[in-house]
Design a protein around this ligand. Structure first.
Ligand code: ACO
Length: 350
């Protein structure tokens, strides 16, 4: 028994933030951002009204309706995010509350940009074993709440945006359809190259003794409470070693795609639509070049939304489907790489 995507939806906040707007708070230019990342604008939440789980709920309602279901039909939730509403509990239970469905299991997963691929892989296994029938998989992020809006944070801040995407997975008897394979990978050796350390239990400078990197600006002690030292050293923002991330991304994306092709006995030429995690347009262009895909076979919307991490694949998949670019019977490949490092791919016969 395969799992198929029975309904898909996405939601992005109304507020559009252009590159020009960012130039008012940090030393950057529209040209720099477009040239290095392809991003022209992104969305930010209204912090008084929207959170990660409320964005997720909007996307989920659309996906559930398109699957011909009501929230009561959902029997399990998988929620992928790196920017949860609370440190704990996870956003899955908050989404459950927004949807008004009590009692079902909610699993929060922390695999960043690869979160949606991990999520549908988990859902696929539960459906294959017959444990659940209607699984809601969501990726949602509110990055705007955690970024450094000064020149110091410009290499990270210009890249990220807020949004949510959701899919309902159901069993199908047709073994030629649905999720044909998923592959999941990680290498914790690179954990600190793309990370948000504080608050956390990592022990500050002690990080390096655990195989992590040495950060001269890290406070002596980590902890679940922000300390004055963290604030003084401004060690409260995400860190990204951009060039290092780029180098690994352009290797791991193709490796995951090739592995998925091998698993289903096809070649990259057979893929009708590649939906890559929208990390950076330059990364996607390098993947496209490697496989020789025509523009019509690779979907990009990072120009409008920036990098929405766990939400980027379901948003892109849904948008491509809404535009009629994915048709019944198409072979659709999802692929991601991100913090962890984590990477993976899924091959779906639509
Ligand atoms: N505006 C203007 N100048 C900037 C900005 C900015 N927003 N950000 C950095 N710069 C400056 C730097 O300060 C540096 O200046 P210097 O030469 O005077 O020191 C110069 O531009 C070059 O900086 P680099 O960081 O070396 O810039 P690079 O060419 O590597 O581009 C970028 C940075 C775009 C982040 C690139 O490394 C990249 O794309 N990396 C991949 C990371 C990525 O895509 N991450 C996405 C999230 S992770 C994921 O989803 C997989």
């Amino acid at each position: 028994m395969n799992a198929r995507i029975a309904g898909i939806g996405y939601y992005v906040p109304e507020r559009i933030v252009t590159n020009e707007e960012l130039t008012k708070v940090m030393d950057t230019t529209n040209e720099w951002i477009v040239e290095r990342t392809g991003i022209e604008e992104r969305r930010y939440v209204d912090k008084h009204k929207e959170t990660t789980s409320t964005l997720a709920a909007e996307a989920a309602k659309i996906a559930i309706e398109r699957a011909g279901l009501t929230p009561e039909d959902i029997d399990f939730i998988v929620f992928a995010t790196l920017s949860p509403d609370y440190y704990f509990p996870g956003s899955g239970v908050l989404l459950q509350r927004h949807l008004g469905i009590k009692g079902i299991g909610c699993l929060d997963i922390r695999t960043q940009c690869t979160g949606f691929i991990y999520g549908i892989s988990i859902a696929d296994q539960y459906i294959k074993t017959g444990m659940y029938k209607n699984i809601l998989v969501v990726g949602a992020e509110v990055h705007s709440a955690g970024l450094d809006f000064t020149t110091r944070g410009r290499n990270v801040t210009v890249i990220f945006g807020d949004g949510a995407g959701a899919a309902v997975l159901q069993p199908t008897e047709d073994e030629t359809k649905g999720i044909l394979t998923t592959n999941l990978h990680a290498d914790g050796e690179y954990a600190e190259h793309l990370a948000f350390y504080n608050p956390g239990t990592h022990g500050g400078a002690f990080l390096k003794d655990q195989g992590g990197l040495e950060f001269p600006d890290e406070p002596d002690l980590g902890g679940m409470h922000l300390t004055q030292e963290m604030l003084d050293k401004e060690a409260i923002y995400p860190h990204m070693n951009g060039r290092y991330v780029f180098k690994h991304a352009v290797e791991k994306f193709p490796a995951a795609i090739e592995e998925a092709c091998e698993a289903v006995g096809c070649t990259a030429d057979d893929i009708n639509m590649l939906i890559p995690h929208q990390a950076n347009l330059r990364i996607t262009q390098m993947i496209q070049l490697k496989f020789g895909f025509e523009d019509e076979r690779v979907y990009n919307n990072i120009q409008k939304y920036g990098n929405t991490t766990a939400a980027s694949i379901p948003i892109a998949l849904c948008e491509a489907w809404e535009k009629g670019l994915i048709k019944e019977g198409d072979l659709v490949c999802l692929a991601a790489f991100g913090s962890g490092f984590t990477w993976g791919a899924a091959m779906i016969r639509w």
